[in-house]
Design a binder for this molecule. Structure first.
Ligand SMILES: [Zn+2]
Length: 127
């Protein structure tokens, strides 16, 4: 079988637009699992919640496109892994997920405002 060309690899790595612009923190909030597969050596890995809050936490503010461009393969110098997500694109009840994510970040010792969560005066209940 011929070796895939660079164009083949770019095409294989192309992300769905709805997924490409999502940040890792959005994936965490929506309960997604992110799969990676190296196009050169075939090494696969999956990021679940514990990875996102652990060794991948520096990518929480990055979009899937940025992560794909930055993440090296753990086994070879291959770049541009094929990325997949599993989970529901819109699991509903955004407000509840938002609060659950804020408390999860706080429990992990991360500052929710660093990831775009926060309280603004306008969001305070009026009385
Ligand atoms: Zn590899």
């Amino acid at each position: 079988m011929p070796e895939p060309s660079d164009a083949d690899r770019r095409k294989a790595a192309q992300l769905d637009p709805a997924f490409a612009g999502a940040r890792l923190i959005d994936a965490l909030e929506r309960g997604w699992e992110i799969g990676f597969r190296c196009q050169y050596c075939g090494t696969g890995k999956t990021w679940r919640r514990d990875t996102m809050l652990g060794r991948a936490r520096r990518y929480l503010n990055c979009t899937m496109t940025e992560i794909q461009a930055r993440l090296p393969c753990p086994r070879c110098p291959g770049r541009m892994p094929i990325m997949t997500m599993s989970g529901v694109i819109d699991p509903g009840d955004a407000e509840r997920r938002r609060w659950a994510t804020i408390s999860l970040l706080l429990d992990t010792g991360l500052n929710p405002t660093d990831y775009g969560y926060g309280w603004t005066p306008a969001a305070q209940p009026t009385r």
